[in-house]
Design a protein around this ligand. Structure first.
Ligand code: SAH
Length: 256
């Protein structure tokens, strides 16, 4: 039977997933609790990676080498960068770039030196599953009350017509929280839909180990001058519901 890892950076992103696991047992490695158990009958390992690229890389390495997971799914929040990417939207990665990697002029900007890679590509099948899961959950939420994601809760929060996007997600060791900075990222990487702090590091480790991974992010803020306020509110009130809704739906698709 296959073993799927469900990873998030922070507790608010994974809280609901952990609550929905009936039998999880913690195993501590490198200061992290790896919750081994089941979610809706699937064998899973859920873990909080912590924040940033190194934390994500350590966690992914342990999941692969010590917990023998054969797929990794990262769920969490991100800042919206694409003009049309709004708070409450969902972004599924079809490429992941480390926006703070820059060994130029020795290597092209954004390329991880000596790998020739500047854009890590997540697993197509797993990303498709996340994409279909996100579409379903968003469509449900737009209706009266979703089976997985409660549209009324979103509307109370001010999210009325959340949309899905698929494309480039960029990662770096910075919480992007000024208009100037997000504008600079848009200039440098015009395709980028969202910015966060872990995805591209996880993808690099998965690339090295040849383990399929996929990344889904809900947009908590616009990576602008109001980002810190929007982020905190979103984390407290909405983030966990998105994660559980999308992960549950994805698991159902994987079983089908
Ligand atoms: N204030 C938080 C730190 C948040 S860092 C604390 O004290 O714990 C932001 C986290 O959310 C990271 O895990 C990152 O992946 C994601 N994220 C959301 N919005 C972001 C943004 N605008 N820029 C970078 N990362 C963002």
């Amino acid at each position: 039977m296959s073993r799927l890892a469900i990873v998030a950076a922070m507790h608010d992103e994974l809280r609901a997933v952990l609550q929905a696991m009936p039998d999880e047992v913690p195993r501590v490695r490198a200061g992290r609790e790896f919750w081994v158990g089941h979610l809706d009958g699937h064998e899973v390992v859920a873990v909080l990676a912590g924040i940033g690229k190194v934390a994500a890389a350590t966690t992914a390495t342990l999941l692969i080498t010590e917990f023998q997971v054969d797929r990794i799914l990262f769920t969490g929040v991100a800042g919206g960068l694409g003009e049309h990417v709004r708070v409450g939207d969902v972004v599924v990665a079809d490429g992941l770039t480390q926006h703070d990697m820059d060994a130029s002029p020795l290597f092209p900007r954004f390329e991880v030196p000596l790998t020739g890679v500047s854009r890590f590509v997540p697993d197509a099948a797993l990303s498709d599953v996340l994409w279909r899961a996100a579409q379903t959950v968003l469509a449900e939420a737009a209706g009266a009350q979703g089976e997985h994601l409660d549209g009324a809760r979103l509307r109370a929060f001010g999210i009325t017509a959340p949309r899905g996007h698929r494309g480039l997600i960029i990662s770096g060791d910075r919480f992007v929280s000024t208009q100037n900075e997000s504008e600079a990222l848009r200039q440098a990487l015009p395709e980028a839909l969202a910015v966060e702090m872990e995805g591209a590091a996880l993808a690099q480790v998965c690339h090295d180990f040849n383990v399929p991974c996929a990344v889904v992010r809900t947009v908590s803020d616009r990576a602008d001058d109001a980002a810190h306020v929007d982020f905190n509110r979103f984390m407290a009130e909405v983030a966990a519901h998105y994660s559980l809704a999308i992960v549950r739906r994805a698991l159902r698709l994987l079983a089908a």
